[in-house]
Write a protein that binds this ligand. Structure first.
Ligand SMILES: [Fe+2]
Ligand SMILES: [Fe+2]
Length: 343
């Protein structure tokens, strides 16, 4: 096998629907919308524009590491090099997430029990293929594609290996894609790169349909599960959320970052030492919310809406210091318009 391939085992069952009957008209509407809103990245996006790797790709003000005294000591050239590599690293994680979304959507075609849901998720698989295409294309223009961050990889692996398609959908589409969507929206609002902003505008529009699918189909499917199976999905959602929070809030998020530092001519040991000292001095590693607060506006309301924060698992969120936000206003507005108002 080629060395860039990796096998994970997915235990999903395949379900046929021989009826070819549409019973849920809202799902059919979503499929029709998806067909009408398909776009071709070769045609719609002007790839002839150049990308300035030196700065302005991602908003430095929102990234806590730029507040480190350690980075303020770098020369202008070093700062610019680091900026390009760091942007490529962050965008690479989004790319790997998109590949996960592509595979989950492909699997859902086989696993969802209803004919109209199969049609819709097939359209989502095409959307995710396009997202993988544009992210890979953009990152290669900017710099290089970096490997998957270890915590993200462990999350992707648990999503691939769960036996419930409902859990897979929550892990991928509600939690990881919620996280990605928050990043798309915030990056798009702040980036100085026109190519990236334009590409993200198209990607975000597709995501509005994916979020709507969660609302129209997933919530009902979870309600219909056997209580024992549903409890497993609840535990799964808590576990994935905890890992995402650890990745965003803690030093764990810097696993795999060595390569970025070395490529920028920075000694990873020096960086880690400085990081520990500055965190002890009060540096906070979670970024400022930006245009949308990803957990408050997108991820937690999505989990609550799916019916997965039962009284049984709620203490787990409290223990992990994750506030259970349940206001779905931002999610719902996004499903309707593909835009997010500040939250
Ligand atoms: Fe996507
Ligand atoms: Fe998606």
């Amino acid at each position: 096998m080629v060395d860039h391939a990796e096998v994970m085992k997915s235990p999903l069952e395949v379900i046929w629907d021989w009826s070819y009957e549409i019973e849920q008209s809202k799902l059919e509407d979503l499929y029709v919308k998806a067909k009408n809103e398909q776009w071709n990245a070769d045609v719609e996006v002007d790839w002839s524009r150049s990308v300035d790797p030196g700065g302005g790709i991602l908003d430095e003000d929102r990234m806590p590491i730029y507040k480190m005294k350690f980075f303020q000591k770098l020369s202008k050239t070093q700062h610019e090099t680091f900026n390009a590599k760091n942007s490529a690293w962050i965008l690479s994680q989004l790319l790997h997430g998109e590949q996960g979304a592509l595979m989950v959507a492909g699997e859902l075609v086989a696993a969802v029990p209803d004919y109209e849901a199969k049609l819709y998720v097939a359209s989502q698989a095409m959307d995710e293929a396009r997202h993988v295409e544009v992210f890979a294309r953009y990152i290669r223009k900017l710099d290089t594609i970096y490997p998957v961050q270890p915590t993200l990889k462990s999350i992707l692996k648990s999503i691939m290996e769960t036996p419930h398609w409902q859990a897979k959908t929550v892990g991928m589409q509600v939690i990881l894609e919620g996280l990605a969507l928050g990043t798309f929206i915030n990056v798009r609002a702040a980036t100085g790169c026109k190519l990236l902003a334009e590409m993200l505008q198209y990607v975000t529009k597709d995501e509005a349909r994916h979020v709507a699918f969660g609302n129209i189909y997933l919530t009902h499917a979870i309600k219909d599960m056997h209580p024992d199976d549903r409890a497993e999905v609840e535990d799964f959602a808590l576990d994935v959320t905890r890992k995402v929070v650890a990745m965003r809030r803690g030093i764990e998020g810097f696993a795999g970052f060595d390569k970025v530092l070395m490529d920028s001519g920075i000694d990873p040991q020096d960086f880690l030492k400085a990081l520990h000292v500055e965190v002890a001095e009060g540096l906070k590693l979670s970024g400022s919310p930006g245009t949308v607060h990803t957990f408050k506006g997108l991820i937690m309301p999505g989990i609550v809406r799916a019916g997965l924060v039962s009284d049984r698992v709620r203490p787990g969120y409290d223990e992990a210091n994750i506030a259970v936000f349940s206001d779905t206003a931002i999610l719902e507005a996004f499903e309707d318009t593909g835009e997010v108002r500040a939250g």
